[in-house]
Design a binder for this molecule. Structure first.
Ligand code: MSP
Length: 505
């Protein structure tokens, strides 16, 4: 049976247009999805939008729209950005869809019937922009939100609670016995120390008088669901939990949930407990990445410092933007976004290293062979077995920057190979064999480079395959095809224009 690979991104709030931080997770998930497709796995890549809650309702009101009309207007902006960024998602789930709402209600009913939920008065402090309750013991002076530092609202109301405290010990030992469940390790430790303190039970509802824009609670006319419970359930509703149980069985548990570090607690504590209480397995892995900052500050709408991904793509191109996000900062750490750093990556890694390698190879092909590919057997060019293994290990641990370093070593090695074999010298010899061999090796190396770089810079990689005379598209290929002689003697290369224009600084 083909291996399934199920990868998810968070569901984005649609109160504002997506910024670089949001595009980061989707680019990373896309890279992973494309890599696993190349491995021949059957990939299910899920993304979507989080559309309920007070914040959305307020925003809609400000714009004199019904909440549904407002979210309907925002969702296309997300889809348009994903299309522009070549995000190859397989499904897009909206929390306002029937297929999702049904699962949320079914799960609530099940938990209620099992006696997992109880009614009580909720007293506490609530951050409307973050949709998060904060228990008194986690607050600092002045009662501001520990995440966004904005003022909190004090609340006392009847609600339904989920007895998550009951599962605290189970979760702790689950995390302890599964090393790779939460990555990176620093985040795993953070969750373990969070679990050292007693968990407060999770308030799963909101009274309708305070909030109507949510999924109605089946067993109480006066309540709607808490927006986080609603949103987390998407990972099973889109996988067919109710609609297609046979398919669900093949997809669940998900292979990896990609999230930002600010929403790790929801994914690594509440979500596994919700699943466990419902008799389902936790996801295989949760990876928390860092934040893109501008200077010292997290990029966010509330801080007014967001960079528009569309503007960056317009200026520098889709692949340089994707490459920068994945190469500049180790996945898991924070990074500082700057156009200067992006330009440096574009000029050095893409235009100089990769662009030149392709340009020089194709120029020599035209000059010495009239563009016609010489004799050669088809192999893996200058790649060795360890290189593929090393990339695979890095991709398994989501070390995108590490995988790119290995690929760029190959590219730089190929540039050195040109210098060392000096084709312009051996071209003068009568025997054309050494020259054929050098150029064939270079073409074969370019085949490998583009295949390996494809998950990161898909459009560039496809372009190179086309330029070196391969008929197939990478998107329809897999690593298995490396056994075939893809570089065909007799076929012609197409030089075309250079891959990247350098940007003046
Ligand atoms: N709707 C919830 C997620 C529900 S998932 C079941 C949510 N949405 S969000 O739109 O506010 O944030 C979505 C993701 O964007 C989070 O993973 C968050 O970490 C990420 N980012 C938001 N700003 C970011 C940066 N400046 N940098 C990197 N990622 C950041 O939370």
């Amino acid at each position: 049976m083909t291996k399934r690979f199920y990868v998810t991104t968070p569901l984005y709030y649609v109160n504002a247009a997506p910024h670089i931080g949001h595009s980061y997770t989707n680019v990373a998930a896309d890279c992973l999805a494309r890599y696993h497709r190349l491995k021949g796995e059957e990939v299910f890549f899920l993304t979507g939008t989080d559309e309920h809650g007070q914040k959305l309702a307020l925003q809609a009101k400000e714009e004199h729209l019904e909440p549904k009309a407002f979210v309907d207007r925002m969702v296309p902006r997300f889809k348009a950005l994903w299309e522009r960024l070549s995000i190859s998602y397989d499904d897009f789930i909206r929390t306002t869809e029937e297929r999702h709402k049904k699962v949320v209600q079914t799960l609530l009913t099940e938990l209620y019937a099992k006696g997992e939920l109880y009614e009580d008065t909720y007293k506490g402090w609530y951050c409307t922009p973050c949709e998060t309750f904060w228990p008194k013991n986690q607050l600092e002076e002045g009662n501001t939100c520990p995440d966004c530092q904005r003022p909190l609202e004090e609340i006392a109301e009847k609600n339904y609670f989920f007895k998550i405290s009951k599962y605290q010990e189970w979760l702790k030992s689950y995390i302890q016995s599964h090393d790779d469940f939460i990555l990176p390790e620093s985040r795993r430790n953070e969750m373990l120390s969070f679990l050292e303190n007693p968990l407060s039970d999770l308030c799963l509802t909101r009274p309708k008088e305070r909030l109507t824009w949510g999924i109605p609670v089946p067993f109480s006319q006066d309540h709607v669901t808490y927006v986080w419970f609603d949103a987390l359930v998407n990972y099973i509703s889109a996988a067919g939990y109710l609609a297609d149980p046979a398919r669900f069985k093949t997809l669940w548990p998900a292979d990896v949930h990609l999230v930002g570090k600010d929403i790790l607690r929801h994914h690594a504590v509440y979500w596994p407990i919700m699943l466990h209480a419902a008799g389902l397995e936790p996801p295989q892995r949760i990876f928390a990445h860092g934040w893109w900052k501008v200077g010292e500050e997290k990029m966010s709408k509330s801080k007014g410092n967001v960079v528009d991904p569309l503007e960056m793509i317009e200026k520098y191109g889709v692949d340089p933007y994707r490459y920068f996000l994945l190469r500049e900062v180790p996945f898991g750490l924070d990074g500082i976004f700057s156009e200067e750093a992006l330009i440096t990556r574009l000029n050095n890694d893409l235009a100089n290293d990769l662009g030149n390698l392709v340009y020089r190879t194709l120029t020599m092909m035209e000059k010495y062979f009239g563009g016609k590919i010489p004799e050669g057997k088809g192999g893996k060019g200058l790649t060795n077995g360890n290189l593929l293994k090393s990339i695979d290990e890095k991709m398994e641990r989501l070390q995108f920057d590490g995988a790119l370093v290995v690929i760029w070593d190959l590219i730089r090695g190929a540039n050195r190979f040109i210098e060392e074999s000096a084709p312009w010298k051996i071209a003068k010899a009568k025997d054309t064999k050494p020259l054929s061999s050098v150029l064939y090796t270079l073409l074969d190396t370019l085949k490998m480079v583009s295949l390996l770089a494809y998950p990161f810079i898909p459009a560039t990689a496809e372009k190179i395959w086309n330029q070196i005379g391969i008929q197939k598209k990478i998107s329809e290929s897999s690593f298995r095809q490396l056994e075939e002689p893809l570089i065909q003697p007799g076929a012609t290369v197409r030089k075309g224009e250079i891959l990247y224009q350098k940007v003046e600084t």
